[in-house]
Design a protein. Structure first.
Lengths: 336, 907
């Protein structure tokens, strides 16, 4: 059972959780798992009631996938602790404080077997890496517009950018501004900042919306510079394809599919704890740019129903070491 | 116009004037201050608005730096929205450098129509602290003056209202205060002064304050007081003189030269037979008769002209009713000149009655003188008759009493003989006692009668000699004690130590005191009889003594208190009447008078009486010296003297013998004259004491016989007699007695006589305080001994039983111990033995016993007793017994003999 904090159809809270679900279904199917999705519709109280209901079920499901939406996972874990079902937390980890209270995986709550989260910094890192490559020999002058400073993922993505700039040993981040993830904000910030730093040649946004807003501001100034986003959603793909955005770090929405893979293997006796630990921070982001956008769109987005996730299973493909969830493998596999 | 107003104002009240002036003054001041305040408020508010604009711009300049740097439009909008509550805010615009307006609030009012205050501030930001601040934008703040202007209008209204209210309050307050403090008091003052002026002198102005008006009111009141006072005085004085005029007993009038009355008082009218002065004036003036004939009037004025006044002129005039009346006239001239006054003013008194009375008195006086002369003669004759009668009465009483006495002597003598010869017949003895008592009573009566007769006849003489007052009181005590005890009346004698021996008639003194004491005991049924003496004043060679007898008896009614001193007058109830002679108090009264004092009685019916008298008596030098130098006589120097005592009554004899033996005399006893004569001749005693009255050879006979036989060799013989009659004394002395002693014989008297006639040199005991212990179970005996000895100045301890007695004796070590033989727990003999065994021999032990037999005495001596006393104890002998006892230490041999003498004497 996947306790989905989102909605079954898009109503304005973004396409994210719908997309996560759309990849989990083929993953379950390809691996022979039976997936039931309960939508909480962004109502964490409803989500808690759903968790209670699942906990009381007989027979209990084998596995329950939870999200720490609005920090509700702690209570859900407690509710489900008395259920024989195994529990997996994904996308948002428990905070350090929550972990102090209820412990880590397989400790106090013995049936909480693992956690799967995205390595967000990699998104910023690989995006910057690509934009540097596109810029060539010119000295990079970077403006960043990240999300609000209270969301960990916005800081992690910015850190990824900084990491690459530091590793590259050249270029300068003129200013990192905090935004509200919206298109309009991205546009206005970009407009003001571009007036302040006329020499800028790279602007990145912590999500596709802000990146597209910044792109509009750039175009309004009739300036020439690279604009990159993170997310890999439809409109970003379209813009990349039309030559608007330079690139977008995509794949975030596959986290649910990866959780299905880990559970499948666990069920088959291959414990992911032996392959990267109980708390998996997964590196799988994929930079979509003008050269691969068509294939990515075609293989991953348009034909998601047909994706075969079996190649990622260690139960099916016995191999030592950590899991390799790089999207490139899926994109290339689809190609073959 | 202004002239008119000035005129009106000048006529207006002080209050109105002040109010108008104040109104103008307040209007000017209030207008000025309102203008000033409003202008200041406007300037201040504008200044504040500008300051506020600058502050907001400064604030935004700083606070917007970070959001603008971060291009955080929402944060900027939030900050600007926070300012929206500022009512002055018109518009705020934030511009970024190179970009233009980032955020701009919508202007609240059209900036063109409002007057505004605009302040702009640059926005600067330093990315890092080391960097110089970079200008990244500008904020422009536009504040409108609408709110300020509206506020100013409200403030102006407030100020004007406030000043208006204050002005009104001040004006109204001043109006009220002026009215209350100035106008009202002044109006009242005015009214008060008006009333005063109108003559209402009691009116007063209330003083309500201490200010000038208050003080003015006070002064007006003071003025009113003075006015009233002086008016009142004037009225009073007028009234006073009017009263004198109206109420005068004498007629007061004013008369002019024509004989007309100008003025007359009521007395004048009455004097002249009118009821009112008006009637008088009408009659005299209008009737034309005039007060006096014109000649008399002229004469009066003539006198006035000559002497200036008319004094005590007596005039006869005719009253209105026609009666002639005599008047006395005093007058002086008034008005005109002294020589010719206009009218005369004078007094007129009616002396008609006096004139008549004087004449009558003169007529009676002669007659009266005759009467007085006649009465005086009558009185003289009556007095002479009375004196003769009195003398006759005295003579008669003397005669009759003499006649009474002769047979009584026989009766008494016979009774005595009977009693002596047959003492065993109890009834006979009782009857004889009655005879004797009756006889004695009759004798007392006769003696009293004789004494009274003597006093009345003026033949009374006092026989003065040295008297020891203390001894006298002891005797009296002993004599009355029995009767007092019989009646269960407590008898108390109060004779302080240190009363000197005095020179007085002891017999008469005793007689008086005895009489008073007898009465006191007789009339007291319960309580006490207290008698005594106290010195009141001492002078050189004399002392004034107050003797008193006080009882708690029936008392004497006040009405009887003087009468009781009359002969045959007795107070109290009839039951007691027969018991007294009725002469006792009369005689006592007269005797005290003879002795130079006055018998007084203080009494309250039912509470008791106190009889007292004071005598000034010379102090007897001999006795005083003796008493002062030494204690009681113990014995005498020289060999033992032999004394013969002759008396037919054994009791009397024994008393004398016991006394003598105490002082180491050897005694021979004789029962009658014959035996006495025989023994005297054979034994040759140093001195003979003989009773006058004895059967067979009586005392006088014995005296004559001895004188005759022995002649010059005859030893001194002292006669004794129970009869106090002076005749006995004279007879005895005539028969050859060297001296005479009246019975009962006191120890001191006896010793004085013996000392004188045997020329003895006495040995006195040192007057020491003895410590005495009395072991006796009978409370009465114990008390008697204790009281007597304490009275004599000794310290006495008592014990009720043998055990305590022995303890006390051994612990206290007294000088003398009285021990009752019949103690309840242990016999007296054993007590004595027990004390003797454990205490030193210096202690004197005295046995108290009811048995006087020889065997008892021997037993007592064997037990260790020194003295054997047979009850009843004679309290009189106790002090001398005690005082002689330590003589064992001083003159041991003498004392031992004395004590053995006492033992044998008590047998």
């Amino acid at each position: 059972v996947f306790l989905n904090p989102g909605e079954p159809v898009e109503r304005g809270t973004g396409p994210y959780w719908r997309m996560v679900t759309s990849f989990m279904r083929p993953a379950a199917r390809s691996l022979g798992l039976d997936l039931e999705v309960l939508y909480a519709e962004r109502d964490h109280l409803l989500m808690l009631r759903q968790a209670e209901e699942v906990a009381r079920r007989t027979p209990a499901p084998d596995y329950v996938i939870l999200v720490n939406e609005k920090l509700a996972a702690q209570q859900m874990l407690r509710s489900l602790a008395r259920s024989p079902a195994r529990l997996v937390l994904m996308h948002n980890d428990l905070t350090a404080e929550q972990r102090r209270e209820i412990g880590n995986e397989r400790e106090h709550i013995r049936n909480w077997i693992g956690t799967a989260t995205t390595d967000a910094a990699r998104g910023g890192y690989i995006l910057t890496e690509y934009l540097y490559r596109r810029l060539g020999d010119r000295e990079p002058r970077i403006l960043g517009i990240t999300g609000d400073p209270n969301t960990p993922v916005s800081m992690e993505r910015a850190d990824g950018v900084k990491d690459y700039v530091a590793r590259a040993g050249r270029g300068r981040i003129d200013q990192l501004a905090f935004g509200d993830w919206s298109y309009a904000d991205g546009e206005r910030k970009a407009a003001v900042l571009l007036a302040r730093y006329p020499d800028t040649n790279i602007i990145w946004g912590a999500n596709d919306s802000m990146a597209l807003g910044a792109l509009r501001a750039v175009r309004a100034r009739q300036a020439s510079m690279l604009v990159g986003g993170i997310g890999g959603f439809w409109d970003a793909m379209t813009s990349v394809a039309e030559g608007g955005l330079a690139a977008s770090s995509a794949g975030d929405y596959l986290i649910g599919a990866w959780a299905i893979v880990l559970l499948h293997d666990y069920h088959r006796g291959v414990d992911f704890a032996a392959h990267g630990g109980v708390n998996q921070k997964l590196d799988y982001m994929y930079v979509v740019h003008r050269d691969n956008v068509a294939r990515f769109d075609d293989v991953v987005l348009k034909r998601s129903e047909d994706l075969d996730f079996r190649l990622y299973s260690k139960a099916l493909n016995r191999a030592p070491g950590a899991y390799d969830f790089r999207l490139a493998r899926l994109v290339e596999a689809g190609n073959s | 116009m202004s002239n008119l107003r000035g005129l009106r104002l000048r006529k207006a009240t002080l209050h109105t004037k002040l109010m108008v002036a104040l109104a103008i003054l307040i209007a000017v001041v209030a207008g000025g201050s309102a203008t000033f305040l409003i202008e200041r408020e406007r300037a201040q508010r504008l200044l504040e608005l500008e300051g506020r604009a600058a502050r907001i711009a400064d604030l935004l300049g700083h606070s917007l730096a970070q959001p603008l740097w971060n291009v955080d439009g929402k944060a900027i909008e939030r900050q600007l929205a926070a300012l929206a509550s500022n009512p002055d805010l018109g518009e705020v615009t934030v511009t970024a450098v190179g970009y233009g307006t980032v955020v701009s609030t919508r202007p609240r009012r059209s900036a063109e129509t409002s007057r505004t205050v605009v302040r702009a501030r640059p926005i600067e930001y330093a990315q890092f602290e080391s960097f110089p601040p970079q200008r990244i934008g500008e904020v422009t703040v536009v504040l409108t003056r609408d709110e300020t202007d509206a506020g100013l209008i409200r403030a102006r209204q407030g100020i004007l209202t406030m000043i208006g209210v204050v002005v009104l309050a001040i004006y109204a307050g001043t109006y009220v205060l002026l009215k209350r403090m100035v106008r009202t008091p002044i109006t009242r003052l005015e009214a008060t002064v008006d009333r005063l002026a109108a003559g209402d002198l009691d009116t007063r102005c209330p003083v309500e304050s201490n200010d000038e008006i208050g003080r003015l009111a006070e002064r007006v009141n003071v003025m009113a007081d003075r006015l009233r006072e002086s008016t009142g005085q004037l009225r009073d004085s007028e009234q006073k003189y009017r009263d004198i005029f109206d109420n005068a007993v004498e007629g007061i009038f004013q008369l002019d030269r024509h004989g007309r009355l100008r003025e007359a008082n009521p007395a004048m009218a009455w004097l002249l037979g009118f009821t009112t002065p008006d009637a008088l004036l009408a009659a005299v003036n209008d009737g034309g008769t005039g007060l006096l004939p014109s000649a008399d009037v002229a004469a009066l004025f003539e006198t006035l002209a000559e002497k200036g006044e008319i004094t005590d002129r007596e005039i006869e005039l005719t009253r209105y009713d026609g009666v002639r009346a005599w008047v006395k006239l005093n007058a002086r001239g008034v008005g005109g000149s002294p020589v010719r006054p206009d009218y005369l003013e004078g007094f007129m008194a009616d002396i008609t009655a006096r004139k008549h009375a004087l004449e009558e008195v003169r007529a009676h006086r002669d007659q009266l003188e005759d009467t007085v002369r006649q009465r005086t003669n009558e009185l003289r004759e009556a007095k002479e008759r009375a004196e003769i009668a009195s003398r006759a009465k005295s003579a008669f009483i003397a005669n009759i009493s003499h006649e009474l006495r002769t047979p009584l002597n026989g009766i008494l003598g016979f009774a005595q003989v009977l009693r002596a010869t047959n003492p065993s017949g109890e009834r006979l003895a009782a009857g004889l006692s009655t005879i004797q008592r009756s006889g004695e009573h009759l004798l007392t009566l006769i003696n009293d009668l004789l004494d009274i007769a003597k006093v009345e006849a003026g033949h009374f003489e006092l026989q003065e000699d040295a008297v020891d007052v203390a001894t006298l009181f002891n005797e009296l005590y002993a004599t009355v004690l029995l009767e007092a005890e019989r009646k269960k009346v407590r008898l108390i004698v109060e004779c302080p130590r240190g009363i000197p021996a005095v020179v007085a008639d002891a017999r008469r003194l005793r007689q008086v005191l005895m009489n008073l004491l007898g009465n006191a005991v007789k009339f007291t049924d319960e309580g006490e009889v207290r008698f005594g003496v106290e010195p009141t004043t001492y002078a050189t060679g004399s002392v004034r003594l107050r003797f008193y007898v006080q009882d708690t008896g029936i008392g004497i009614p006040e009405s009887d208190q003087q009468r009781i001193f009359e002969p045959f007058e007795q107070s109290g109830d009839l039951r007691r009447r027969g018991q007294g002679t009725g002469l006792g108090l009369t005689l006592s009264h007269q005797l005290v008078q003879q002795m130079g004092g006055r018998l007084d009685v203080v009494s309250q019916l039912g509470r008791g009486s106190t009889f007292s008298f004071e005598l000034t008596v010379p102090v007897s030098e001999m006795r005083e010296a003796a008493a002062a130098t030494a204690g009681p006589i113990v014995t005498y120097v020289g060999p033992r003297q032999l004394i013969l005592v002759a008396d037919d009554v054994e009791m009397n004899r024994r008393v004398i013998c016991d006394m003598l033996k105490l002082y180491r005399f050897e005694v021979i006893e004789a029962r009658d004259g014959h035996e006495a004569l025989e023994l005297t001749l054979s034994r040759k005693p140093s001195l003979v004491l003989t009773d006058v009255w004895m059967p067979g050879l009586d005392g006088l006979g014995l005296l004559r016989e001895l004188r005759q036989r022995l002649g010059a060799q005859c030893m001194p013989i002292i006669a004794l007699s129970a009869s106090a009659a002076e005749d006995d004394r004279q007879e005895a002395l005539a028969a050859g007695a060297v001296d005479f002693l009246a019975k009962p014989v006191t120890q001191d008297e006896l010793l004085v006589k013996l000392g004188t006639h045997l020329q003895l040199q006495w040995i006195h005991a040192s007057r020491e305080r003895r410590r005495v212990l009395v072991i006796e179970d009978n409370e009465d005996v114990r008390a008697l001994v204790q009281l007597t000895l304490e009275e004599a100045g000794h310290s006495v301890a008592v014990a009720e039983d043998a055990r305590r007695g022995i303890e006390t004796a051994l612990s206290e070590r007294p000088d003398i111990v009285f021990i009752d033989i019949g103690l309840p727990d242990l016999s007296g003999y054993e007590v004595a033995r027990s004390i003797r065994e454990r205490a030193d021999a210096g202690m004197t032990l005295i046995a108290l016993t009811g048995y006087g037999e020889k065997t008892d005495r021997d037993r007592a001596t064997a037990a260790g007793f020194d003295v054997h006393l047979v009850k009843p104890i004679d309290p009189l002998t106790l002090p001398s017994l005690i005082e002689s006892s330590p003589a064992r230490q001083i003159h041991r041999s003498v004392a031992e003999k004395s004590i053995s003498g006492a033992q044998s004497g008590a047998a």
